[in-house]
Design a protein around this ligand. Structure first.
Ligand SMILES: NC(=O)c1ccc[n+]([C@@H]2O[C@H](COP(=O)([O-])OP(=O)(O)OC[C@H]3O[C@@H](n4cnc5c(N)ncnc54)[C@H](OP(=O)(O)O)[C@@H]3O)[C@@H](O)[C@H]2O)c1
Length: 203
């Protein structure tokens, strides 16, 4: 899979398997504050083919989950299983410590993260945004910039896999971004995936 990870990071990846992790060098923006570890309240934006089973796995694992989807009816099965609902990405981000986003493409990823009532409006120091959509490097940098300007941390984490691995919690995450956020969400990535691969380039 050719992801943003491959496209704009040229450093050797470090593979993190369940039960094993390697040290990673880091630089965290001085404005940024550590995300509560482990983050208690998790948001999930985008409940399509991939997002729905990923959110479902978090919920099944007992995560305090708040969801939003453009088409609200896709939230209903998760709400019936105990998920909370907020009517905008902004309100999800404002009510959560870490918010994941699984959107269709670069335009929707930017709209949901940075648009009117987008997640960035609800972000701030001590919070984190993890974009698990597959987007190009420029899009990821744009979203990173919006999140960082609020004092929040950012991680890009596109996945390798498909619907079945998403249902089975067997996705592979290719991550780059803030080390502090990467470490804070490790247990959540372990719920949704079998491997996360990180770059040592942390901004
Ligand atoms: N499917 C796969 O096998 C697979 C595998 C690896 C990676 N991926 C990547 O994972 C991401 C999600 O894929 P998917 O298969 O889950 O796609 P999907 O089923 O089409 O779901 C896309 C999601 O994006 C939302 N969305 C689309 N346009 C939007 C907009 N303008 N504003 C707000 N929300 C919008 C959709 O909301 P609505 O429900 O309202 O339409 C839906 O929640 C993509 O980046 C894809 O490349 C997919």
């Amino acid at each position: 899979m050719r992801s943003t990870f491959c496209c704009h990071l040229n450093l050797s990846p470090v593979m993190i398997m369940k039960g094993f992790s390697a040290p990673i060098s880091s630089y965290v923006s001085p404005r940024a504050q550590a995300v509560t570890e482990p983050p208690a309240r998790i948001g999930f934006l985008g409940l399509g083919i991939m997002g729905s089973p990923m959110a479902h796995n978090l919920l099944k694992a007992g995560v305090d989950l708040t969801v939003w989807n453009r088409t609200k009816s896709k939230c209903d099965p998760l709400i019936s299983l105990g998920a909370k609902y907020k009517p905008s990405p902004e309100e999800v981000a404002a009510s959560c410590d870490v918010t994941f986003a699984m959107l269709a493409d670069p335009q929707s990823a930017v709209d949901v993260a940075c648009g009117k009532h987008g997640a960035a409006n609800g972000m701030g120091p001590g919070k984190g945004y993890v974009d698990v959509s597959t987007v190009d490097g420029d899009t990821s940098k744009l979203i990173n910039g919006h999140m960082k300007s609020t004092g929040a941390l950012f991680l890009e984490a596109p996945v390798s896999g498909s619907k079945k691995p998403a249902e089975d919690g067997q996705l592979i995450f290719l991550t780059a971004g803030d080390k502090n956020l990467y470490e804070a969400v490790g247990s959540l990535l372990d719920i949704m995936g079998k491997v996360h691969i990180s770059s040592p380039l942390f901004k």
